[in-house]
Design a protein around this ligand. Structure first.
Ligand code: FPP
Length: 246
């Protein structure tokens, strides 16, 4: 049975977020260094991006490097940063051909200069694309995002632009790095781990969580379709009861 044809277009999530996990374990399974796993992870990034765009998903967010990932061995961090530069250079044309806009969330100013400038170049070169937005979370964490939003609001209070009473959920959401992006309806994590790992903490409040046992380098279109089909079979109640849902 063709999985893609089981997807109900009317019930497609607008925004899918993914924790790409398992590159290191995949490499170990193949008797190779961890970086080999990350390199093969790029294939999965390409396939998933293509599948999302083909289906008509509007936003795809990939957790590519967390604020905690700096604690990894220097060699691995360096290799990941170089891989990002290489991939960005290689894939920008494909993004443009497919009308995909690249964006980033996270404190990207702290990335190595080369990675930072490759990213800014990619964002600039694809800014007019309209089919789908691919968001890379880089030097990102959910706690960082909430803290930076809080800082912005505190400054606005200090400057007399707003009063503390003006701070509500809406205003906080508007100060997050995702202010222009709807919350993800679906979060996918690969590799069998069942954690949020400091990803989009605020934005995932009502997301459906899907855990795939597959290591990220083995994640392909069919696994992506399977996650969406699973999501489409769930009842999203948002605090209501079944009978209240239309
Ligand atoms: C998690 O696997 C993966 C990462 C921290 C990095 C993801 C990066 C890529 C897929 C490559 C480039 C990405 C883009 C967007 C071009 P892990 O290392 O935590 O695996 P483990 O849990 O098995 O050790």
């Amino acid at each position: 049975m063709d999985l893609k044809s089981e997807i109900i277009p009317e019930k497609l999530p607008k925004h899918i977020a993914i924790i790409m996990d398992g590159n290191g374990r995949w490499a170990k399974q193949h008797g190779k260094p961890r970086v080999f796993g990350h390199r093969n992870g790029v294939k999965a990034v390409r396939e998933t991006t293509e599948a999302a765009a083909e289906l008509g998903v509007s936003y795809l967010t990939l957790y590519a490097f967390s604020t905690e990932n700096w604690k990894r061995p220097k060699l691995e961090v360096g290799a990941l940063m170089r891989l990002l530069v290489e991939t960005l250079h290689k894939e920008i044309n494909t993004l443009n051909k497919n009308n995909i806009k690249l964006q980033a969330i996270g404190d990207i100013s702290l990335l190595p200069k080369e990675t930072h400038s490759a990213l800014l170049k990619g964002i600039e070169n694809t800014k007019n694309n309209t089919r789908m937005t691919l968001i890379l979370a880089l030097n990102y964490s959910g706690k960082w995002d909430i803290a930076q939003a809080t800082k912005q609001l505190a400054k606005q209070v200090q400057e007399g632009v707003i009063s503390p009473e003006d701070i509500d959920e809406e205003r906080l959401a508007q100060s997050l790095s995702t202010s222009k992006i709807p919350d993800p309806e679906l979060l996918i994590r690969t590799s069998g781990e069942r954690r949020i790992s400091n990803f989009l903490l605020w934005q995932l409040a009502y997301s459906e969580l899907y855990f795939s046992p597959v290591f990220w380098p083995d994640f392909r279109k069919d696994q992506f379709y399977q996650a969406i089909i699973d999501y489409q079979n769930r009842e999203r109640r948002f605090g209501k009861i079944s009978e209240q849902l239309v």
